[in-house]
Design a binder for this molecule. Structure first.
Ligand code: PMV
Length: 312
């Protein structure tokens, strides 16, 4: 084969971020509107990457690409391919470092493209393991949520490294908005730990509350209860803010979404920057909320239908 292609997508954590670090469950949604496509083609010379962030020899790629680079190297070893004579390219509009899983999506798409080039397919477990090689380089001790979710085309329940598909009857619209500020997952995770050390009782209570909210959200999704889901999202934002992982920008966008008629709103992902989610009952309301979010300072917004289904 002369070329291989791989497809993944961004993900949004609907609920459960941070609590998932303490063994509670989380729910994540693949975002079909933010796809990642990678191509691998044979061309004599050093292993090369062409992307919006960097173009050149993979061995000289900047630190920001450490996770995908590590995943590519692991994939080549896994497939028994030499670390040369391949040009890799990626195409995507997923913003980097905004809690939408861009590094796992990049690593996953590149691994799939290389396997395709070799005339192979990857099992879900092989894909997960190769992406986790990269995530470990980037985050130290990642929960695995990103690696699992960017490989999935369906919403997933995630707990203790394992996923299961969710029954999703909910017909609503999510507005994803980017604060324009880099998320700080690593710092935010450390801040939650320090909150728990300083206020053990309240810290434990807040983590447990987030776990309970996530369990109730399963029923909201299965029973199509958008109003209840929205209220739980807003409660989750309050708990996350008290744990110290919101930011003035995130709080402003959450407030603007609620004032514009959102059923609920919260930060998503690591926090202290990055993106937030607002739940809207219908497309018209989602449009109104997206416009309000941009007026309140959002750098970008995306619309996602919760019942959207696209082929992998
Ligand atoms: O910011 P992201 O998309 O990498 O999400 C981080 C999610 C956390 O729960 C905060 C950390 C983790 O390892 O799950």
């Amino acid at each position: 084969r002369a070329t291989g292609t791989g497809h993944t997508r961004a993900k949004a954590i609907l609920v459960g971020e941070h609590a998932v670090v303490y063994g509670e469950p989380a729910i994540a949604l693949p975002l079909a509107s933010l796809p990642m496509r990678a191509v691998a083609r044979r061309e004599e010379g050093p292993l090369t990457l062409e992307s919006v962030l960097y173009s050149g020899a993979l061995s000289d790629a900047p630190e920001q690409l450490a996770a995908p680079v590590a995943a590519v190297e692991a994939t080549l070893d896994h497939l028994g391919l030499p670390h040369r004579d391949v040009v890799l390219s990626t195409e995507s509009t997923i913003p980097a470092a905004r809690g939408l899983g861009s590094s796992a999506a990049t690593a996953g798409a590149l691994a799939l493209a290389l396997a395709d080039l070799a005339g192979r397919t990857l099992t879900a477990q092989e894909h997960f393991d190769l992406v986790q090689v990269g995530e470990r380089v980037a985050h130290g001790n990642p929960s695995g949520l990103d690696a699992r979710t960017t490989a999935s085309t369906e919403p997933v329940w995630f707990q203790a490294g394992e996923i299961r598909p969710l029954d999703l009857a909910l017909r609503a619209h999510l507005v994803v908005a980017d604060t324009g500020v880099h998320g700080r997952t690593r710092v935010a995770v450390a801040d939650v730990r320090s909150f728990r050390d300083r206020h053990p009782a309240r810290g434990t209570e807040l983590i447990a509350e987030l776990g309970a909210i996530t369990r109730d959200v399963v029923d909201d999704l299965a029973l199509d209860r958008p109003a209840e889901l929205g209220a739980r999202m807003t409660r989750a934002h309050g708990a996350l803010a008290e744990l110290g992982v919101s930011s003035p920008e995130l709080d402003r966008l959450v407030g603007a979404a609620l004032a514009a008629g959102a059923l609920g709103a919260k930060l998503t992902g690591g926090g202290q920057g990055g993106c937030m989610l607002a739940l809207a009952a219908d497309a018209a309301s989602a449009g109104t909320i997206a416009a309000a979010l941009r007026r309140a300072g959002a750098a970008r917004t995306w619309l996602h239908r919760t019942d959207a289904r696209r082929p992998a």
